[in-house]
Ligand binder design. Structure first.
Ligand code: TRP
Length: 454
């Protein structure tokens, strides 16, 4: 048995995990749901969800990984025993990773395409209609561009993961995360000096109660889960490369705080740019791929700003995608005894292949129109709906219930305390995992299948 790989430093673990958490969910997802659900009220509820649901689950994931030194499948087998039904949750995580990355990579591919256009001057700055049709006509209806950029992006992800834990994932996270901070910081400074900044502050932090429904609260919870990369064992897998003396809970706090800060900052970048140009905050892909480029090009040095913005999307998506592929790679290494090279290539190419229908969802008569007409969602939307509303909550529920109710108390307590200065939170953490977290996740679930309407 080869010895388990470990992070070279604790900072490497934090940056890699923050890289997993900070992704398209922060830069595109958070501003959009905040705008749709009443601004400040939603932000407050979101913060609460991160603190009382996200943080306990993240702590549990890191603990399961660190204590077993295994990816999700092996972790559940080690703790619950051979043949235990809990092992199902490990495989569920691997499957979710495959499916999420398969469509996530398509959006990352759009970001690559736009970065390329910004660099080569391919976006027509003067004419909003042209930018809109760039997205609608050329892009959504052009199968080749979608598939090609999706493949390029998957190639990048495979290229990093194949290098291993410290020489691939850790090295690239410690390079890319500072780059991300600088790009986002630069954009924030620009946004701050725009006329629309005040209006954006009011939009994002003002309490618009009329737009906040009970359903908004469930949306906040789902968004927090996705944004923190919880429910499929990504953080668990990263935790499995930790040594015993690294503090679990304080790491979880730092990672969650970074992720949440970046989501809020992203909103404070997007909306000033949009409002300064008197544009509407469109929702969906239109927000990032139509409204933002149009708005950016109205500013001085718009081409440069567009390059920064889409480059930022690519970097954020890349470090998240790395963590999704790492779950599958690590599980195949643990379970099948494959080499890292073989595990990465087979998983990566498999994901690239099942992503093709997602890349074709804008153009294909079958994966697009036919599915949308007959099932209400095209392939892309079906996969993201399934994973976000069912697989991730179910995975999170499994992790919380196992850690809260079934896990051996001696191992759990011992690992919570090892390396930690936050031992006083142990009891509170268990209570949240046992009661509040499962109840909250169950509501997301029931809401998704339509049993709770809000
Ligand atoms: N958190 C990432 C984002 O906000 C997406 C992500 C990465 C993810 N790894 C994950 C989501 C694992 C769920 C599970 O874009």
């Amino acid at each position: 048995m080869a010895q388990r790989a470990h992070w070279k430093s604790k900072a490497g673990f934090i940056l890699a995990s923050a890289g997993s958490a900070v992704g398209l969910g922060n830069i595109w997802g958070f501003p959009k749901v905040t705008a749709d659900n009443g601004g400040g009220v939603f932000v407050l509820v979101y913060l609460l969800c991160v603190a009382v649901v996200g943080l306990p689950v993240m702590t549990a994931e890191i603990l399961l990984g660190r204590s077993t030194q295994k990816a999700p499948v092996g972790a559940m087998r080690t703790l619950a025993g051979k043949g235990s039904p809990w092992i199902f949750f490990g495989w569920l995580g691997v499957a979710a990773g495959f499916l999420i990355l398969s469509y996530y990579s398509v959006v990352a591919g759009w970001s690559l395409h736009y970065t390329w256009l910004a660099v080569t001057g391919g976006i027509d700055a003067a004419n909003p209609q042209v930018t809109e049709s760039l997205y609608n006509e050329l892009f959504m209806r052009s199968p080749w561009i979608n598939v090609a950029w999706h493949m390029v992006f998957m190639g990048m992800v495979i290229g990093v993961v194949i290098g291993g834990v410290s020489k691939g994932v850790e090295r690239w996270s410690t390079i890319l995360m500072p780059v991300l901070f600088v790009m986002l910081g630069g954009l924030l400074v620009r946004a701050f000096t725009l006329d629309g900044f005040g209006a954006a502050v009011d939009f994002v932090f003002g309490f618009h109660f009329d737009q906040f429904t009970p359903g908004s609260a469930l949306e906040a919870l789902g968004q927090a889960f996705f944004s923190l990369s919880l429910g499929m064992g990504a953080i668990l897998t990263y935790g499995s490369y930790l040594k015993r003396d690294d503090d679990i809970m304080s790491s979880a706090i730092i990672i969650s705080a970074l992720d949440t800060t970046i989501a809020i900052v992203a909103a404070m970048v997007l909306f000033p740019i949009i409002f300064t140009n008197n544009l509407e905050s469109a929702s969906g892909p239109g927000l990032v791929f139509i409204t933002i480029p149009v708005a950016l090009y109205k500013l001085p040095a718009g081409g440069f700003l567009a390059m920064l913005f889409f480059g930022l999307l690519v970097v954020a998506a890349l470090t998240s995608a790395i963590s999704m592929l790492e779950v599958a790679t690590s599980s195949f290494i643990d379970e099948m005894g494959w080499s890292r090279r073989r595990a990465t290539l087979l998983a990566g190419l498999g994901i690239a292949a099942i992503g093709i229908p997602s890349a074709l969802s804008g153009s294909s008569p079958f994966f697009g129109t036919y599915m949308a007409d007959n099932f209400g969602r095209n392939w892309f939307d079906t996969i993201s709906y399934l994973t976000n509303n069912f697989m991730l909550p179910l995975g999170g529920l499994g992790i919380a219930v196992y850690t809260g109710w079934r896990m051996n108390e001696a191992i759990r307590h011992d690992h919570f305390l090892a390396g930690s200065r936050l031992g006083t939170f142990y009891k509170g953490w268990i209570v949240l995992l046992k009661f509040l977290v499962p109840v909250a996740i169950t509501f997301v679930f029931l809401h998704a299948i339509g049993l709770v309407s809000a």
